[in-house]
Design a protein around this ligand. Structure first.
Ligand SMILES: NC(=O)c1ccc[n+]([C@@H]2O[C@H](COP(=O)([O-])OP(=O)(O)OC[C@H]3O[C@@H](n4cnc5c(N)ncnc54)[C@H](OP(=O)(O)O)[C@@H]3O)[C@@H](O)[C@H]2O)c1
Length: 309
């Protein structure tokens, strides 16, 4: 099986038949999703009124053509996974719900801690299968590498889960270029989820490594909590293109690399609709260039000078 992802720029249509120029990405070469996804972390699971709204937001995301939803065991200790199942099961054939394992809550202190022990990963995968009501997690991401557990043990456990048919593809989160390369020596990596947005490009080298290897890059904190409108250039471009600053930030991500699959999160329907509509924002090259220059640490120039950086 080819493990390289591929990008299809031909576009897709959403539920309302409006054009979507952001295209699709085939994760690991065989799992097609619309590139603009949804992060479920902010969906509240209680009280009842908030939960009903959360269910409505998740359903609306799918109606609007979102086919990639991100969750994690960490988000409510599985409560977020349960909420998604309540909202969306039985799932449409083209919907990918990807979850993450690798954090455990201490029964005594209640604190969440990094936990890459194989037994913990196996238990959390079994819990995710039950909570999401599926027989296989098509894409499972390791939430963090655990520095106290040898990498081959952590990834070996996930590889065994894949051989057992419980996991389809394996992804990582918050890794460096070197960690990604080490991991790929052990198992095929289909996705990487790192903090990244228009104004925070520390992980540009990881993005470029993913792009070169055909690995999907799912940035988190994609819309920087909706704060990008405070940045003068972004606000000006938003006015010029008749879009919102958050849409400009998302459109920049979609135009910046074909490997980027943004997963903006919100618990509000109007924000969801605004974010999903960013798929249709065309960013002319001159505007894209102005936004490229907003990187305070100049990562693109530094990469051009030293591709290994
Ligand atoms: N791998 C990891 O370590 C990791 C870490 C954190 C998150 N994640 C994943 O990534 C997803 C996104 O990350 P994130 O939640 O940190 O960052 P984000 O998507 O950049 O920001 C989410 C916040 O922005 C607000 N927001 C969303 N759309 C908006 C809009 N159009 N206008 C104004 N405010 C808006 C939301 O508030 P409202 O609810 O008020 O709209 C929410 O509080 C999460 O849902 C989760 O699935 C992964």
């Amino acid at each position: 099986m080819s493990t390289s992802g591929t990008y299809d720029a031909s576009g897709t249509s959403d539920a309302s038949n409006t054009s979507d120029t952001s295209g699709t990405f085939r994760i690991a070469g065989d799992l097609t999703v619309n590139r603009l996804g949804f992060g479920a972390m902010h969906l509240p699971t209680e009280p009842a009124a908030d939960r009903a709204n959360a269910v409505a937001v998740a359903r609306r995301a799918v109606e609007l053509g979102v086919t990639l939803i991100d969750t994690a065991h960490l988000y409510g200790g599985g409560a977020n996974e349960e909420l998604l199942a309540e909202a969306l099961h039985p799932y449409p054939d083209d919907l990918l719900i990807t979850t993450k394992v690798g954090f455990t809550r201490s029964p005594s202190s209640g604190e969440w801690r990094n936990d890459g022990r194989p037994d913990s990963l196996r238990t959390q995968v079994d819990e995710a299968l039950r909570r999401l009501r599926v027989e296989r997690l098509e894409l499972l991401q390791l939430h963090r590498l655990d520095p106290e557990v040898p990498l081959p043990k952590q990834l070996g456990a996930l590889r065994e889960l894949r051989s057992a048919g419980k996991v389809g593809r394996i992804g990582l989160s918050e890794v460096t270029v070197a960690e990604l390369a080490d991991a790929r020596e052990i198992v095929d990596i289909a996705s990487v989820q790192n903090r990244y947005n228009l104004l925070d490009r520390e992980h540009e080298p990881v993005l470029r490594a993913c792009e070169a290897a055909g690995i999907a890059f799912l940035p988190w904190r994609t819309v920087a909590w909706g704060s990008t409108g405070e940045q003068e250039t972004i606000a000006a471009i938003a006015r010029e293109l008749d879009a919102t600053p958050t849409q400009i930030s998302l459109a920049w991500l979609l135009h910046h690399s074909p490997a980027i699959l943004p997963i903006p999160g919100t618990a509000r329907l109007p924000h969801l609709e605004e974010n999903v509509a960013a798929r249709r924002v065309e960013l002319p090259p001159a505007h894209k260039k102005r936004l490229d220059r907003l990187d305070p640490l100049n990562h693109l120039d530094r990469l051009a000078e030293n591709p290994e950086s």
